[in-house]
Every structure is written in structure tokens, then in C-alpha cells.
Design a protein around this ligand. Structure first.
Ligand SMILES: *Cc1c(COP(=O)(O)O)cnc(C)c1O
Length: 436
């Protein structure tokens, strides 16, 4: 009789995991306040008092800046928009290169393309999965203008080494903090560790407004550019008395008053949500680390990790089967999370396919059919997106890394125990997976 569910045995768990629900009565009240006011947005794409948006947007920006101890916070409609603004404000353009991570949400790597610049992929660290400083430095050329470092899975990038490189080569440091609101390095908040930080408020993240994003910076000049790009720069410049035209084709990346009102309530909940998440991770890590084929991911020295997902390394030699087979068997023992049933059991073999392996980079087709910006005559480099350029990320993704979301607030002790027991059960019956 097979024991493992994947082989026809009995599932370890038959009910769904509790939803991660951060939206409550406070947000309902906030939305009601805005709807009642009748003003759902107050942005005007012209040089005018309303160029900076309505009262909720401006209050959110003040509160965000105060919380994260940064001079400027700029609300936008997604972290993707935030990244595009950040690249634009950095003055990046055709012929330039920007160093990016291959192991992140797609927008943090394609953002340079929006300005016809070339993303150059650096490999990641084996221990922390952020871009590796040695690989970053190896990839710097005279065309490099910026680095986009991602605080992947919830912990800050290698601030000391990478900021030093940025300084040495005079590069703008963009920090993608979408997965790490509340993380810290040396007592300073993630999102404020580079020249520009970007946050996400999409519904997967620690706190959310459905869709939304925030940009942070201490630099007044960058803040002004970011606000222009957010809101139809080209139509505003002249009246505002702003003379540089570089990357001043604007967009509508404006946040509505409803999202801003929700975000203000969500921000108040962040510390408690992080605390609960860290408790769950601690409980799980203690138990999962006793399973011989699993190794808990490390936290960098002087860093606070806030665990967007919980990364675990898998040892195939000890388990005797490939990670993918093992993870499929663990998933078969468990159930989806409420409200996210369509996504299946939230345990991943790896994270996302290393981004340079996507067709866009493999075929070097972005704007039009002719291969711009890769084939642009302003571009004098020879970027490579060949399989093998970042061996660490490829091995992590194909063989080693497991990421899961079964540690978010709402999970009770029994739920966490089920996660542990599913891994234990699969290892105890691993021989069944070796058959055929
Ligand atoms: C979610 C995410 C983004 C994009 O966020 P949106 O708000 O959905 O545009 C960017 N970078 C990282 C690392 C993310 O996790």
C-alpha cells in the first residue's frame, strides 16, 4: 500500500490553509471616507496645485516618508511603474547598460528596456539569492549607468559591497524593495539603502492596496523628476520652469485616492504583520531544519529579513531524489490557501525561471520587429543572454531552491505543523518516489 498521496496514499491534510488577510474594517472605513467625499483622484497633468495629487495621496506620501525615515515618498499605481520612473529619473537612455538580477519579478529586469537601455544580468549569491557583488563588478562596462538590486524574498541586498561599487563607478543604485518592506540593514530600512527605492502594494505583498507602488529617495532632484514622469512630464515642464528634457516623456502612473486611503491603514499594520510572520518562520525553521535534506536559507549579518517567501535549500544527495519530484510529493499531501485556491499549493520548485532565458532576451526582440534596443546603433556593447551566463541562479532554480508561502500570518500552530509533517512524511517514504 502506498503511503504518499502522490502515489495514491492518503493525503496528510484535507482542509485549506487560512488566507493571509490584511484588509479589514479599518480599510473599509477609509474607502468609505473617500467614496463619500466624491473625490476619487485629484491629480492634474498640468503645472497646478493638483499636480501632486489629492489629500489621501499626499498624506500617504508624508506618512510613508516618516515611517521609513526618508525625505521623499512618491505614490504610484504599481511597483512596475515605480521601476520605470526610477530608471527614467536616473537619466538612463539608448546605448546604456543597467545591471539587473535574473532572479526577480520580471519588471525589475525589463525596466531598462523602457528607456531603450540594455539589461545586463549579474549572477546571484548562493547564500542570500541577491545579486552577487563580484558578478556585478565583472559586468560593469563604460556603458553601465545604474544597478537595480533586489531585496529578494525579503532581505536587503549586499549593501556594503554593492553601494561601494556604485560609488566607485558613479552609478545610480536603484533598490527594488517590493518584497522587503520593513527589512533593515544596519538599522536602516530597506528601500532607503540606495539612491532610489521602490515598494509594491500589489495583493501578493506584505501590505497591499490591490495594486499600487511607492518610490522613495532622499535626493530632491530625483524626487522632482520622479514626480514629473509619474504625471505627464512633457505637458508640465515649461510652466513649472524645468529645463532638462532628458526622459521627460511622462506617463500616467498616478495612484487613486482610494488606494492611498487603504495604504495609510495598511502601513499602520505593517509592524505587527511582520512580527507574526517572523514568529511563524522561526517556528517552521526550527522544525524543518531537523529534516536532513533541507537547509534553511541564511540571513545576512546585520540584516533583518522579512520573508516575503520562506526560502529553503534542498539537498538531492541526501534525499536520493530530485527536488522537483520531492516538492511535487509534498504538495500532493497538502491543500491550497483560501482565497488563492486557483494557484494550487503554494510551495515552489525554485522561484521564477532565470529571466534571461525568457524569449524576449533569447531572441532579443523588444520594440518593433527589428530587435531594438539590442540592435540599436547607439549600443556598442555585446550583451549575452546565453544559457550558462549565471550558473548559480540556474542551479538554484533547477535543482536546489524551494520557496513557500505557508508561513504568513493567519497560519496557526496546527497549520504550520502540517507543513512540517508533509516534508517529514515524504522523506520517510522517499523510496516510493524512486520507483519507476
Ligand atoms: C511584486 C514585485 C514587483 C512588481 O510589483 P507590482 O506592484 O506588481 O508592479 C517588482 N519587483 C519585485 C521584486 C516584486 O516582487
Amino acid at each position: 500500500m502506498p503511503q504518499l498521496a502522490i502515489k495514491g496514499g492518503k493525503k496528510l491534510r484535507n482542509n485549506k490553509f487560512p488566507a493571509y488577510r490584511t484588509i479589514g474594517i479599518e480599510e473599509q472605513k477609509a474607502v468609505k471616507r473617500v467614496v463619500k467625499s466624491g473625490i476619487l483622484s485629484r491629480f492634474l497633468g498640468a503645472w497646478h496645485d493638483d499636480f501632486y495629487g489629492g489629500p489621501e495621496v499626499q498624506a500617504l506620501e508624508r506618512e510613508w516618508a516618516e515611517y521609513f525615515k526618508v525625505k521623499h515618498a512618491i505614490a504610484v499605481n504599481s511597483a512596475t511603474s515605480a521601476l520605470y520612473c526610477a530608471v527614467g529619473a536616473s537619466g538612463v537612455g539608448p546605448g546604456d547598460e543597467v545591471i539587473v538580477s535574473p532572479y526577480t519579478m520580471t519588471a525589475s529586469a525589463v525596466a531598462p528596456l523602457i528607456y531603450n537601455a540594455i539589461p545586463v544580468f549579474a549572477d546571484i549569491e548562493e547564500d542570500y539569492f541577491c545579486i552577487d557583488s563580484k558578478s556585478v563588478e565583472r559586468n560593469i562596462t563604460e556603458r553601465t549607468k545604474a544597478i537595480i538590486a533586489v531585496d529578494i524574498f525579503g532581505q536587503p541586498y549586499n549593501v556594503e559591497k554593492i553601494n561601494e561599487i556604485a560609488k566607485k563607478y558613479n552609478l545610480i543604485m536603484i533598490e527594488d524593495c517590493a518584497q522587503a518592506p520593513g527589512a533593515e540593514y544596519n538599522g536602516k530600512f530597506a528601500g532607503t539603502l540606495g539612491s532610489i527605492g521602490i515598494f509594491s502594494l500589489n495583493y501578493h505583498k506584505h501590505i497591499h492596496t490591490g495594486e499600487g507602488g511607492i518610490i522613495t529617495t532622499d535626493n530632491d532632484e530625483l524626487a522632482e523628476k520622479l514626480k514629473l514622469i509619474r504625471n505627464h512630464a512633457e505637458a508640465v515642464l515649461e510652466a513649472k520652469g524645468y529645463s532638462s528634457l532628458v526622459n521627460m516623456v511622462g506617463f500616467n502612473y498616478r495612484m487613486t485616492e482610494i488606494e492611498a486611503a487603504i495604504a495609510r491603514e495598511q502601513l499602520k499594520k505593517l509592524p505587527k504583520l511582520i512580527e507574526e510572520r517572523l514568529k511563524n518562520v522561526e517556528y517552521l525553521s526550527e522544525k524543518l531544519s531537523k529534516i536532513p535534506c533541507l537547509e534553511m536559507a541564511k540571513v545576512r549579518r546585520n540584516s533583518k529579513h522579512v520573508f516575503y517567501v520562506h526560502p529553503i535549500k534542498f539537498n538531492e544527495k541526501i534525499a536520493g531524489v530530485h527536488r522537483d519530484k520531492f516538492v511535487e510529493a509534498v504538495k500532493a499531501e497538502l491543500m491550497p490557501i483560501e482565497l488563492r485556491e486557483t494557484e494550487g499549493v503554494k510551495i515552489g520548485s525554485g522561484y521564477v525561471k532565470p529571466l534571461y532565458l525568457q524569449p524576449l532576451f533569447q531572441q532579443k526582440i523588444a520594440y518593433g520587429a527589428a530587435g531594438c534596443p539590442f540592435s540599436c546603433e547607439k549600443y556598442k556593447g555585446m550583451v549575452s543572454y546565453k544559457k550558462g551566463i549565471c550558473p548559480v541562479v540556474e542551479d538554484m532554480h533547477t535543482n536546489v531552491l524551494i520557496t513557500h508561502e505557508l508561513m504568513r500570518p493567519g497560519m496557526r500552530k496546527k497549520d504550520l505543523d502540517d507543513v512540517v509533517m508533509a516534508f517529514e512524511k515524504v522523506l520517510a517514504n522517499v523510496e516510493e518516489l524512486k520507483l519507476q
